[in-house]
Design a protein. Sequence first.
Length: 180
Amino acid sequence: MSSLTRSQRTLLIVIAVFALPVIGAWLTLKTHWYQPATNKGVLLEQPLALSQLEVLPEGWRVAYRMPDECSQQCKNTLYVLGQLDVALGKDSDRVTPVVLSPHTVSKQRELPHWQDIVAIQSPEIINAVKVIPSDHVFIIDPQGHVMLHYPTYADHETMVLEGKNILADLRKMLKLSRIG
């Protein structure tokens, strides 16, 4: 038999150039070699709507439901909330760190180094976010929807790493957001 003619060889090369990337992509997805980039927090299946509660400051909020006694885990979380505001740089005016508490929070005693954290005493909001575990930080968008939450840790280094996860997701949302 004769070998392939030049035009047939060219046709096979053109087909291979277009078919091989498609086949490669299909195999990559089918064999789960590629894991798509996702958020680093825990996504709520049904976002919580807090829009009817006017107690919250405007814009994006990073909130933490403070326990009755502020343990090391609570102090680490407050530290990370204060650092998030600094780490956001030019976007820091778009995000407000918020502490929710059933009792009045003394900024001098409980939040001495974090003047930018807004302390809110609101039983309505605390009841509305009961679905989220009490030791988690959560993000509230400008329309008042809670979408993501993050665990907190008693170990300072682990909590700082979790703060980087919060920051990464927050930056992504601020970049893609057309509101707030």
